[in-house]
Design a binder for this molecule. Structure first.
Ligand code: GDP
Ligand code: MG
Length: 709
């Protein structure tokens, strides 16, 4: 058996950063709590026999949150050979609270003081020797971000593991020590000696998740008697007694490290936060930033590069060269068509948007890493609370801007089951990276790059979440008050170029891989279906199998303004992967054939859409059911029944919004009253009613009960 080292620490102390540095893997590093819910395992670089575990961040080992349960089940149940406790040195006292608990587990502990670069920048020093003496375990100063001394910290942990010397628990005040000593004597026959202290404390706290099998009822009664007498003597409940004692120890330890207790001064971060999270400027600043992010990536910098890729690379360079080659080797017509129309047409159309995606990913990585995004969750908490969701629900949505799947998985951190469901249902309303090509295609091809189109996609997503929140919270299924959202705001910092590039590259690589696999296959399938009829004769697209299938589907979407069978089919292929919507357009509108004159592809597409139907198409694709991967993630998190509800709700919502957009947009131009418009008016009225009707409160029952008395 090799050596197991567990990384434990508060949320945001830099565990994942250190984990990545030690194992060379690239787990998601987020500047907000709760990103790591599952524990992740990796091999220590250069040590084949040492595994490192990245545990979820916790402030304490109490059993109140899912993160705490995951972390402590591992630490107590599977007993790593050593714990490497990451401590945010810029926030020492707060972090040492957890350390006092880790020292009780009967496992060797090494403390890594992280963020030393921040401490140094603030002009601080830490008395490492003094802290190490007070803790009774090795202490190493590191900076996970800059890669300083990370290896030394790991080696120190290996040494501790090999020595096998369990850490020494901190001593509390004499009265408490006396009580704990009595309980320890009672529990110690039933547990390993090294864990006696841990179980004594847990039994004292009446923590029902800590159970020792061998403990008889008689012994438990004795323990309860000890607890009650201690509580009476101190006139406080047992759990608070321990909590207070830990705070006292954490303060003593921080003083041993040369930090005056409770020190506080206004840092640059605090000053930035006064503006960025203020009631007045917070939301306008957020809106402006998100506007800029989408505007820059989709409408300016990104477009210039995308145009080059589309016009030059997939227009003038690749197709003629490939065509020339295929003709010269005497390739069959159908194969030429498959390669040119199917593969280059479809995959090329999707890959053309890679530059825009890379710019978007880079900007998002920056906002996330520097610490701005976590402020948004904080800001959103105020807004979300009004309609019964907490800011914690916004974190999955922030993650979902890259990809919905990890976003949906991040809903696990939400304790309240109803809020968790609602968040999982709404997370994919935020445009993920894969929806970006759709936005860019429609903004560029059908709106001539109008400045408002791409940012509006993001804001429609946020509005959809808020409206859904209001509507669903009024139903009995979701009613209830939000859980409090407590969170420490980490200081801002300038991300390293390397970490930004890694972030961007990871996502871009995943996108390219998808283009080469799923999208490639889907485009080939679309090409096949649009090139042959049911008797497998090669025909014009208009007479193909696909046209027949699309023809059945199209009338469903006619009220939304895009009854063209190609648009309907493209929306359907988005279920496989959202990029496919663009890939399918590429195949069906002959991206490769006409790309020599790039304008023509756009031109053919534009004939099928009006401004109103193009925007309705965009919004439908943003809000409707996500791709199968994301639906699968919802199923894993919520189960089959709730997945049906989620997908049904999303499609219905998307349909209703797209209907209204198209019908009102058309009316604004034509001034004609149509049945479609009437339907839109009915939908709008129903929607408004759902938004403003009085809420179904769970208290109703209570009120009725009270009235009956
Ligand atoms: P976790 O929640 O404990 O896994 O923390 P992460 O590894 O996700 O890091 C949280 C944030 O702190 C990220 O923005 C990191 O870039 C940042 N961070 C981590 N280590 C350091 C460090 O040594 N110095 C500084 N300045 N920032 C760090
Ligand atoms: Mg983490």
């Amino acid at each position: 058996m090799g050596i197991q080292i567990a990384l434990a620490g508060n949320p945001n102390c830099g565990k994942t950063t250190l984990f990545n540095a030690l194992t060379g893997s690239s787990q998601h590093v987020g500047n907000w709590p709760g990103v790591t819910v599952e524990k992740k395992e990796g091999r220590l670089r250069g040590h084949a026999d040492v595994t490192v575990q990245d545990l979820p961040g916790v402030y304490s080992l109490s059993p109140y949150t899912l993160e705490e349960v995951v972390a402590r089940d591992y630490l107590v149940g599977e007993k790593p050979d050593a714990i490497l406790n990451i401590v945010d040195a810029s926030n020492l006292e707060r972090n040492l609270y957890l350390t006092t608990q880790l020292l009780e587990l009967g496992v060797p502990v090494v403390v890594a003081l992280n963020m030393m670069d921040v401490v140094r920048k603030q002009g601080g020093v830490i008395d490492v020797a003094g802290l190490s003496r007070a803790l009774g375990c090795p202490v190493v100063e590191i900076s996970a971000l800059r890669g300083e001394h990370c290896v030394q910290a790991a080696e120190e942990a290996i040494r501790a593991a090999q020595a096998g010397q369990a850490a020494k628990p901190q001593r509390f005040d004499d009265a408490l020590e006396d009580t704990l000593g009595q309980i320890e004597a009672l529990v110690s026959p039933c547990c390993p000696p090294a864990q006696a202290r841990w179980y004594a404390v847990k039994y004292f706290e009446r923590d029902s998740r800590a159970k020792l099998d061998g403990l008889t009822d008689a012994v438990q009664a004795k323990i309860e008697a000890v607890i009650v007498s201690a509580e009476d003597a101190a006139d406080d409940d047992a759990e608070s007694l321990v909590t207070n004692a830990r705070y006292v120890r954490a303060a003593v330890l921080a003083r041993a490290a040369g930090r005056p207790a409770g020190q506080h001064r206004l840092t640059v971060s605090d000053r930035i936060d006064r503006i960025v999270t203020s009631r007045v400027f917070g939301f306008p600043i957020f809106a402006a930033i998100m506007f800029l992010v989408y505007y820059i990536s989709i409408s300016t910098v990104g477009t210039m590069m995308t145009d080059w890729v589309n016009d030059v690379l997939f227009g003038e360079l690749i197709p003629p060269a490939v065509e020339g080659f295929l003709v010269s080797v005497g390739c069959a017509d159908w194969l030429q068509s498959l390669v040119l129309d199917g593969v280059i047409g479809g995959v090329g159309a999707v890959l053309g948007f890679l530059p825009q995606m890379m710019v978007l990913f880079l900007l998002l990585a920056f906002l996330e890493d520097c610490g701005y995004m976590v402020r948004i969750a904080f800001l959103m908490d105020r807004l979300f609370r009004r309609f019964g969701l907490s800011g914690k629900s916004f974190i999955p949505m922030l993650i979902g801007m890259g990809c919905g799947v990890p976003g949906i998985m991040a809903t696990r951190t939400i304790e309240n089951e109803r809020d968790r469901r609602m968040t999982a249902i709404t997370t994919t309303f935020i445009p993920c990276g894969a929806k970006l090509p759709i936005i860019a295609l429609i903004a560029g091809a059908l709106f001539d790059g109008a400045w408002w189109v791409s940012p509006s996609a993001y804001f429609v997503g946020v509005a959809a979440i808020i409206c859904t929140g209001i509507i669903l919270k009024k139903t009995a299924l979701f009613a209830g008050d939000p859980a409090p959202f407590v969170m420490e705001l980490p200081p801002y910092h300038l991300p390293t170029v390397k970490s930004l590039l890694i972030h961007m590259w990871e996502r871009a690589a995943a996108f390219v891989k998808k283009a080469g696999t799923v999208i490639f296959l889907a485009c080939a399938a679309i090409w096949f279906l649009q090139s042959f009829n049911f008797r497998l004769e090669m025909v014009n697209a208009g007479e193909s199998m696909l046209a027949a299938i699309g023809g059945v589907l199209a009338p469903v979407f006619a009220p939304l303004g895009w009854g063209d069978w190609r648009a309907a089919v493209a929306a359907l292929t988005g279920l496989v992967a959202k990029e496919n919507v663009v890939g399918t357009f590429g195949v069906l509108f002959g991206f490769a054939e006409v790309a020599e004159d790039g304008a023509e592809f756009w031109g053919t597409m534009a004939q099928v859409f009006t401004a109103a139907s193009a925007y309705s198409y965009l919004i439908f694709n943003l809000l409707c059911a996500p791709c199968f991967a994301a639906i699968g993630a919802v199923r894993r998190e919520l189960g089959g029944k709730w997945t049906l509800i989620a997908v049904g709700y999303q499609c219905l919502f998307a349909y209703a919004v797209a209907l209204c957009i198209y019908q009102y947009g058309t009316f604004a131009v034509t001034r004609a009253f149509t049945p479609g418009l009437a339907a839109a008016l009915v939908v709008t009225a129903a929607f408004v009613w759902l938004l403003v009707r009085p809420a179904k409160r769970p208290e109703r029952k209570l009120q009725r009960a009270a009235a009956a008395e």
